[in-house]
Design a protein around this ligand. Sequence first.
Ligand code: SF4
Ligand code: SF4
Length: 468
Amino acid sequence: MGRKKAERSPVTDLPLETGSQRKAREGHLPSAAGGRLKLYDPESDNVKRFLDLLAERMSRPLAVSMTACVHCGLCIEACHYALARPSDPTMSPVYKADQIRRIFKRHRDWTGRIVPWWVHARTPAGDADLNRLKNIVFGTCSGCRRCTLNCPMGVDTAALIRFTRGLLADLGIVPEGVFNVSRDEWETGNQMAVTERDYLETLGWIKEELEAELGGPVEVPVDRPDGDFMYTINPREVKFDPRSLSQAVKIFHLAGEKWTLPRWGWDQTNFGLFSGDERLGAYIARNLYEAAVRLRAKRIVISECGHGYRSTRWEGYNWASYDQDIPSESVVVTLKRYLEEGRIRVDPSRNPEPVTFHDSCNIARSGDLTEEPRWVLRRVCANFREMHPNRAENYCCTGGGGLLSMAEYKPLRMEVAKIKVDQLKAAGAKLVCTMCHNCVDGLTDIIKHYRLDLKVVQILELVEKAMV
Ligand code: SF4
Ligand code: SF4
């Protein structure tokens, strides 16, 4: 009789693990029955790969953030998670960063090699520890960078969190939503898996609606070369809410703009910023930059999106190692220029309700664009008021860092949103305006959850409404 053929998985068609193989593997994992816990299982592919990647991807700025923390605790006051749960130390930025810091110290820093107990150096014991790390870096941080700006030692906690996310993403140890959105972006070039057909159909529909409204031909140009700018958008504007794209088209039309959308490379959002996967970041950014070169656009205009603005205008060039001299700007800067040049005229009395402005973390704190939106809002709204704190000190909408795609962390997100809710209530407005599609969804979630008497609007919408 020959040897029994190994059973194969009906899904992967790979041989299934035998009982003794499973026992051998499980023997290295922490046992719920009190078995001896090995600190580092050299056979664990994931831990080994994690440590290899940690070494490969370490950079000087990251190493500084790994070592410079003096545990003063000042960043705790900056984080909406820690403020909302003052008695839970695991919500503090310093605790979150310490989870990767202690692994770095054990393997890359002399202190952790010589006196590991002194610096709390540790190694993940296996997949369970990596999974726990996943829940900390994806589930308890929105990557808002408020702690980073408030650290006297210059420790970039948000960068450490994103770095750890990237290591885990390489192993596939990510929340399901992060996996799905990343896959969609790789497969279709945009994070909402919008097909080219749907994209072009939506543009055609917007054109028809505007022509009916304005009573004449309206162009929605695609791949038209030599324009003044190439407009890039968030896929949400095609898939869920084409109003903001329609408002932009109408304003460009009335301003007499020579512009275009690209057929490919139109998604200015970039999930690589959230997942920490810089190869994905590079792929999406390169698509967009190459489209601008192909169309000989004089500039790239980025629609109202926070992480898209940060990725496209700042980070994408580094991820893609891409050098070019085509400038980029937010559409809000374009609107300001139209108003300054008198290309559009507005009447602020058309927006009479009290309106406040929510600064997107990725635009204000990480993009340094704070005054232009206020300049525009003061011209198109009759009753603009600040919320406090604002600009680079504003609190996150709670939906940053890709958290909107991670349903499993929503209960905690809603709980810590009370910091933002207090801020919104104190502003006493009826409308909260933001120049970020992600913040629209983040704020809408908390407005619903806390039953606030508020509506979220965007700048394009208010400008379009004020136009005469
Ligand atoms: S990250 Fe900065 S603010 Fe926070 S504990 Fe460390 S040194 Fe202090
Ligand atoms: S980046 Fe924002 S959410 Fe994350 S730890 Fe820092 S303050 Fe908290």
